[in-house]
Design a protein around this ligand. Structure first.
Ligand code: HXC
Length: 273
């Protein structure tokens, strides 16, 4: 965090509730929002992990509330939002970021394996939005869903994630339409490959990493701060007229439906002098 130049005050007076906030991209978002002045509730399954993450965020001198709940459990999420309001104030920013992932071809994927990821990612996002709604209506706040490139296209070994993330983006757009008149904005971020995250560990190996970086037009992995900064922007007044949008923060990687063609083109095409 020391290299981060916070947009001090951009989210002053806001209360942010972030699911999956105990690690990775979502913890990065929490830190960036804290640096911008928001009070932070981080929600996840394991209280000890949340408490450790909360200590890191407190460095910014903001109030942090770690609250344990499983996004698959609507009642638990409703309770978490009630407790957050009592502790920090009414929530005005929600980040639905909790996700699960593993690599598996459909033929090796059990019913329960497919359902588990859909339950965490898609049903979990629905539960988060439902539980947040009353407070977002009160604050005329905004919700950000953490989607993925898998929402846009088919990805090998990722049918469960593709189905869940595509569903999330359609949920996001429907909420933009239904909740727009209530003053609530709804958007998604599509992170590219982000350095040091659980997702990167699960979807790549040291051997395949150079190839993966080659598929990113920006030719680097993203950082959790790249995503955190975008989330601060999307939840700030600077984005006051943006709703129903899917924002790729991916160094251009989601343009990569033709990634192998682009890679091969660099190898064979010799421009005329
Ligand atoms: C095949 C698997 C599997 C694997 C689990 N399952 N891992 N199937 N290959 N590698 C199956 C199990 O066999 C079981 O089905 C079912 O999934 C549920 O498994 P559980 O372990 O009981 O579930 P649970 O404890 O709820 O754990 C959920 C989880 C786990 C998703 C499986 O990995 C998890 O908690 N992950 C959270 C952290 C995480 O994944 N972070 C990365 C997010 S990255 P059966 O039939 O045996 O009962 C991300 C990025 C997306 O989302 C895009 C990036 C570009």
């Amino acid at each position: 965090m020391s290299e981060l130049k916070p947009q001090t005050g951009m989210l002053e007076g806001q209360v942010a509730f972030i699911t999956g906030g105990g690690s990775g991209i979502n913890l990065g978002i929490a830190k960036n929002m804290a640096a911008a002045g928001a009070k932070i509730a981080i929600c996840g399954r394991t209280f000890e992990k949340l408490e450790k993450a909360a200590e890191e965020i407190r460095e910014h001198g903001v109030d942090v509330f770690p609250v344990a709940a499983d996004v698959r459990d609507l009642e638990a999420m409703e309770k978490a939002f009630v407790e957050t309001k009592a502790t920090l104030g009414t929530v005005s920013i929600v980040v639905a970021g909790a996700a699960g992932n593993f690599m598996s071809k459909v033929e090796d994927l059990s019913y329960n394996g497919f359902k588990t990821v859909v339950d965490i990612d898609l049903i979990g996002s629905f539960n988060t939005a439902k539980a947040a709604h009353e407070q977002l209506k009160e604050t005329k706040g905004s919700i950000i869903f953490i989607s993925a490139g898998q929402s846009l296209d088919g990805y090998s070994h990722q049918a469960h994630v593709c189905a869940a993330k595509a569903g999330i983006d359609k949920l996001m757009k429907t909420l933009a339409i239904e909740w727009g008149p209530q003053g609530i904005r709804s958007n998604s971020i599509i992170p590219g490959p982000i350095d040091g995250t659980e997702g990167m560990k699960r979807l790549s190996s040291p051997e395949t990493l150079p190839m993966l970086i080659q598929s990113v037009p920006a030719r680097r992995l993203g950082s959790v701060n790249d995503i955190g900064q975008a989330a601060v922007f999307l939840s700030s007044n600077l984005a006051g007229y943006i709703t129903g949008a899917v924002l790729p923060v991916c160094g251009g990687q989601t343009l990569g439906g033709s990634g192998l063609f682009n890679f091969a083109a660099d190898q064979f095409h010799k421009p005329a002098k």
